[in-house]
Design a binder for this molecule. Structure first.
Ligand code: CTP
Length: 131
């Protein structure tokens, strides 16, 4: 049995999120997703997410190829989460390429290509400029 773990904010859920979660799930038997807390997202991106952490978790939990999700409180805790969930593979989008190579002593680290032309930030910008 192979356990995959991945992380992200997954705010304003879009097809790029679906694609990476589906592809991550196809690499193993169980998919576990760490959903960034509102505070972590604020620290990373300088703004609060549109959907709060409980709603974002609810959306991710409702996907049939996601087996479990939890709140990711800090980027530095990845090692702790990988150990806690006994993950065999860490999947990240290639916007993070190279950034988690130091974890390859714990598990396999795989970077998947991002879906082109879609991001939460861009969706928010398009909607804001239209109003
Ligand atoms: N992702 C992807 N393809 C996209 C957008 C996101 O594969 N077009 C992946 C990211 O690489 C990450 C996960 O989805 O592994 C969650 O990304 P997140 O940062 O929540 O989404 P973004 O749309 O990139 O958000 P933002 O624009 O706020 O950075």
């Amino acid at each position: 049995m192979k356990t995959i773990i991945t992380f992200g904010t997954f705010d304003v859920f879009h097809v790029g999120h679906v694609n990476i979660l589906q592809r991550a799930a196809s690499l193993g038997d169980t998919l576990i997703v760490g959903v960034s807390t509102d505070q972590l997202n604020y620290n990373k991106k300088g703004r609060n997410p549109i959907y709060n952490q409980l709603d974002r978790m609810k959306i991710i939990n409702s996907l049939r190829y996601v087996n479990l999700c939890f709140l990711e409180e800090s980027l530095e805790k990845k090692e702790e989460y990988i150990r806690k969930y006994d993950a065999d593979v860490l999947v990240m989008g290639d916007d993070w390429k190279g950034k988690f190579d130091h974890l390859s002593n714990l598990c396999e680290v795989v970077y998947l290509e991002r879906t082109p032309s879609v991001s939460t930030t861009e969706i928010i910008e398009v909607i804001s400029s239209a109003t």
